[in-house]
Write a protein that binds this ligand. Structure first.
Ligand code: FE2
Length: 275
């Protein structure tokens, strides 16, 4: 067992500074901006202010597992369906199959250092199931409430591991991650899944309240990789600063774990690739 793996098991997360070069981070942000610039959002469900909006937004999300899809900040549109800011600064994130569909994101997700890390953590048998480019724009990016990632990528046994890459410096002011060492040694609280008959639901699995005491800000430099255990409660505050906090995240699950059909994200599992 490597020292790194041991630390991950004990702490529930790892902070690895200098994992990516500035040039690698810049290339990914540039590619994300290109993708955003090429996106014709006229058909996006958020544009339409009808009673059907909630369900069509839900459908857009539920169908994004094997696509490059665009998600707007809450309140990005005014009442007439016009963006309040320019398109790029209205986006909350792009997801959820960037790592398989875009060559630049593919390269970043399966870099030589990523392969080496997966080997050190003994996670060669994990597959990349989800990716997200998260913008957290200056003064726009909102809060992400405390959660465990396994809530959204539920497997039996639990196996989700996330890799969160700081493409820019992350500070308390611009909404860095917060987590507590050892917080992953608590049960999975809920499962976000598809509801029979359509839509989604959050099902409570365990009523243990969040223990916010001892939560620490993970302030990190550009190029840092943070590895997160699927059971680790974490959150981030709104970006109240003048600097954006762009990050990229990939989520992995064990190839051999059972992946229930009720999970929100649907992928052709045998088609999923590892590192
Ligand atoms: Fe998360």
């Amino acid at each position: 067992m490597s020292a790194l793996f041991q630390q991950f098991q004990e702490q529930g997360y790892l902070v690895l500074p200098g994992f990516n070069t500035d040039a690698e981070c810049d290339a990914l942000m540039k590619r994300a901006e290109e993708l955003a610039a090429g996106y014709d959002y006229s058909g996006h469900p958020s544009v339409f202010q009808t009673t059907e909006q909630a369900s069509s937004t839900d459908d857009y999300f539920l169908q994004s597992g094997d696509k490059i899809a665009y998600f707007f900040e809450k309140d990005a549109f005014d009442e007439s369906g016009q963006l309040k800011n320019d398109l790029f600064h209205s986006l909350n994130k792009i997801g959820h199959a960037l790592h398989d569909l875009d060559p630049v994101f593919d390269r970043f997700s399966r870099s030589p250092q990523m392969l080496q890390l997966a080997a050190e953590l003994n996670m060669q048998e994990y597959v990349l199931i989800q990716s997200m480019m998260i913008f957290k724009h200056a003064r726009i990016g909102g809060v992400v409430d405390v959660h465990q990632d396994s809530t959204f990528l539920y497997t039996e046994p639990e196996s989700c591991v996330a890799y969160w890459f700081a493409l820019e410096d992350a500070t308390i002011g611009n909404g860095c991650l917060w987590a507590k060492p050892g917080g992953h040694r608590t049960p999975l609280r809920s499962w976000f899944r598809r509801k029979e008959g359509g839509g989604t639901e959050m099902v409570e699995l365990d009523a243990t309240p969040w223990d916010m005491e001892g939560m620490q800000p993970l302030e990190v430099k550009k190029g840092t990789c943070i590895v997160l255990h699927g059971l680790l409660p974490h959150y981030s505050m709104p970006n109240t600063s003048g600097k954006s906090r762009q990050a990229y995240a990939i989520h992995t699950i064990h190839r051999g774990a059972e992946y229930p059909q009720a999970n929100w994200l649907r992928r052709d599992l045998p088609g999923l690739r590892s590192w």
